[in-house]
Design a protein around this ligand. Structure first.
Ligand SMILES: [Ca+2]
Ligand SMILES: [Ca+2]
Ligand SMILES: [Ca+2]
Ligand SMILES: [Ca+2]
Length: 415
């Protein structure tokens, strides 16, 4: 009897199907297939947290492909091809134009109003700032201009700050470049590069601050200029994850992790500073896509170099001190030189301009913010100044700025 029941059950399952759900064909999201309400709508083929149904997999005219690259939104990690992933953008509408972030490659509306918060921790003459990923904290150069007793400090989320390295005595303005995770150039995440106040010399500091090579690289030739200036490690992969530096005499160099340095450009007599490599996303950046950007404060120009060192300049009305692209889910920190304070703002405040270029101007008019959104509208580049919320702290004079998932006291870290 028992055997017969089992045999019958096996037959019934084969003929009729067992379980509570009839089998459905998952299929390939590149072709329209039958939508099963309440089941398929919740599949997430590309694992970005947005369901296939929401991503238009079952649209009557076939799966939606917002950027037209052949990969439907349900299988495209960047549905609008704006350089920010669907995972980071999600279905919210940060610029308030009615189009969800993940299918909205352009930030409409005015640049954001932000609340700058004066971080209660004080520092001794800070200049440079960047993100140290191994400790999820911010590193700064302090004790300008002597560099005594030490040049670099790391700031904990509770505001405690401690020497990042015992290394000291670097004079001049010490600008910092750190290596972020995923570097493809052979650098170690958390490694840090600075100038040392000597013409053409670059210092390399290990990711834990314990060792430093001074100098690590001494650029060939004379009158290379100082790294103040700026240093930056490629995060796009367009330039192999290499280190780039611009100098006070107008040179642009590319340096591999093995220390091989190539001079790309020499814009004699132009103090280049602020350095950033823009992702190759033409829809968002126009002629700046994939370019190496640097500011020329005294000339009131933005320089955009290609891999050969050829460049174009743009007058956008900002005397550029620093350049960033605003990532999703990262806080803003800037050195307010006049007060030896850090000013911070939350990632939420910067959401309406995620993916856009942020320009910092050193000299700030009374009541202004000195931060600008550089935007490409399909025809022209324009720089639009951000505004301050009524309860914001004020800016005296900007030095370097950074965006980071780290937190410091009043600005909580990103979870
Ligand atoms: Ca999805
Ligand atoms: Ca696509
Ligand atoms: Ca996107
Ligand atoms: Ca939108």
């Amino acid at each position: 009897m028992r055997v017969r029941q089992l045999a019958w059950s096996a037959f019934a399952c084969a003929a009729l199907g067992c379980g509570t759900k009839a089998p459905t064909t998952v299929g390939d999201a590149t072709t329209a297939d039958a939508f099963v309400p309440g089941i398929d709508a919740y599949e997430d083929s590309d694992g970005d947290g947005i369901s296939d149904g929401t991503e238009g997999r079952y649209d009557p005219g076939g799966p939606r492909d917002t950027d037209g690259d052949g990969a439907p939104d349900a299988k495209d990690p960047d549905s609008d091809n704006d350089g920010v992933t669907d995972l980071d953008e999600g279905v919210a509408d940060w610029d308030g134009d009615g189009v969800p972030n993940y299918v909205d490659p352009f930030n409409d509306g005015p640049p954001p109003a932000i609340q700058l918060v004066a971080i209660s921790t004080t520092f001794n003459s800070p200049i440079g700032i960047d993100y140290h990923s191994p400790t999820n904290s911010v590193v700064m150069s302090v004790n300008y201009p002597s560099g005594a007793p030490s040049n670099l400090e790391r700031i904990e989320a509770n505001g405690d700050h401690q020497p990042f390295s015992t290394f000291g005595g670097l004079t001049d303005e010490v600008k910092i470049a750190t290596v972020r995770p995923g570097n493809m150039g052979g650098f170690t995440p958390g490694e840090l590069f600075v100038g040392n106040g000597v013409d053409g010399q670059i210092v390399r500091v290990s990711a834990d601050g314990s060792t430093f090579q001074n100098p690590w690289v001494d650029l060939t030739g004379d009158n290379n200029g100082l790294m103040r200036g700026s240093l930056y490690v490629d995060r796009t992969g367009l330039y192999g994850g290499d280190l780039f530096v611009v100098t006070t005499t107008g040179q642009l160099w590319r340096i591999t992790s093995a220390g091989a340095a190539t001079k790309l450009a020499d814009v004699t007599g132009v103090h280049l500073e602020g350095l950033f490599i823009v992702p190759n996303v033409p829809v968002r950046y126009g002629p700046l896509a994939g370019k190496i950007l640097a500011g020329a404060e005294a000339q009131h120009l933005l320089y955009a170099f290609d891999a050969t060192g050829a460049y174009q300049t743009y007058a956008v009305g900002v005397d550029i001190e620093d350049i960033e692209v605003v990532p999703a889910h990262e806080n803003f920190f800037g050195v307010n030189f006049g007060s030896s304070r850090l000013l911070g703002a939350t990632a939420e405040d910067f959401q309406p301009m995620v993916g856009d270029v942020l320009l910092t101007q050193e000299v700030v008019a009374t009541g202004a913010v000195g931060l600008y959104r550089l935007q490409w509208d399909g025809t022209a580049l324009s720089a639009q100044e951000l505004t301050l919320k009524p309860d914001s702290a004020t800016v005296a004079q900007w030095e370097h700025t950074t965006l980071a998932p780290a937190g410091i006291v009043e600005i909580p870290p990103i979870n």
